[in-house]
Design a protein around this ligand. Structure first.
Ligand SMILES: Nc1ncnc2c1ncn2[C@@H]1O[C@H](COP(=O)(O)OP(=O)(O)OP(=O)(O)O)[C@@H](O)[C@H]1O
Length: 272
């Protein structure tokens, strides 16, 4: 379904993404790992057109989405939702309006300015929030929510687009372990229950091992590992991260400590 061929992005004289090729058939959960600057974000942004490719092709069912412009590019972006580390919500706006913003580009300017939404869209936004366990937060301002709740609102906004692919750029890097687990469980549920492909840049190995069907390791813009989580040994990880012999992978751990936050009950339900 997604076939990346020789995708390259050059900034100045540096190749941030350097002749990357891989193919994903079907709705897999794929993790991309690598040290800071390896090219993970640039690759993700190339997939949905936020960063144009310098060369190469990104084929989705045979169509090169890297070559799209104008309305066709925007239409592809709506099928390929993106989630960011910093959530990218409108902080002073209520949660349900933030979710409705997922379909902003399908609406007229006047409706948008007046913040008028069809009843059907509002009900769908509330349904999605309910599914993600945060329906009771709908009337609150986004800025009043915890980081984990805000990331779930961002996921709800992505789902509002009804995307085929969800691209998550370090979705849990700003969260404590409990919320990180809730957000990853949520993404996994969407992947399994809806059959949507999820590609997530992850900064911790244990998360990649635990949630992904497949892991791609990047180093200096290139793919240096592409395999199953079980093949991601400490030696392989050391190679991906370019770390020396005293590489300690527990430093990249998000293991969950005992915690009694308000989200524990929801986490327990998700994990049951
Ligand atoms: N807009 C830009 N202009 C110039 N250089 C850029 C730009 N975006 C990324 N780069 C460079 O491209 C390289 C890859 O960056 P990228 O953000 O894709 O890496 P990353 O693996 O996602 O790192 P991190 O985990 O720190 O986000 C880096 O050297 C970065 O400085």
């Amino acid at each position: 379904m997604l076939d990346i061929r020789d995708a390259t992005r050059i900034f100045g004289r540096k190749a941030a993404v350097d002749h990357v090729s891989f193919r994903i058939d079907g709705p897999a959960f794929v993790g991309i790992i690598g040290r800071s600057g390896a090219g993970k974000s640039t690759l993700l942004r190339m997939m949905n057109g936020l960063t144009p490719a310098t060369s190469g092709r990104i084929l989705v069912e045979g169509r090169d989405v890297a070559a799209l412009t104008g309305a066709a590019a925007r239409q592809w972006q709506s099928q390929c939702a993106m989630i960011f580390q910093q959530f990218n919500l409108v902080p002073r706006m209520d949660v349900v309006s933030n979710v409705l913003h997922g379909i902003l580009n399908r609406r007229g300017t006047l409706q948008t300015v007046l913040n008028l939404w069809p009843r059907g869209d509002i009900l769908r936004a509330l349904e999605i929030l309910d599914r993600l366990g945060i329906a009771e937060q709908a009337p609150k301002r986004a800025e009043a929510l915890s980081g984990g709740q805000q990331q779930r609102v961002a996921i709800a906004r992505a789902l509002m687009q009804d995307p085929r692919i969800i691209l998550a750029d370090e979705p849990i890097a700003s969260l404590d372990p409990m919320n990180a687990q809730i957000v990853m469980d949520t993404l996994r549920r969407i992947n399994v229950e809806d059959g949507r492909m999820v590609i997530a840049n992850l900064h911790t190995l244990d998360t990649a091992r635990r949630y992904c069907d497949r892991v791609i390791g990047m180093r200096d813009g290139r793919v240096v590992f592409d395999g199953l989580p079980s093949q991601l040994t400490t030696g392989v990880a050391r190679d991906i991260y370019g770390a020396d012999a005293d590489f300690n992978e527990s430093a990249t751990s998000t293991a969950m400590p005992t915690d009694t936050s308000a989200d524990v009950e929801y986490a327990a339900r998700m994990l049951a």
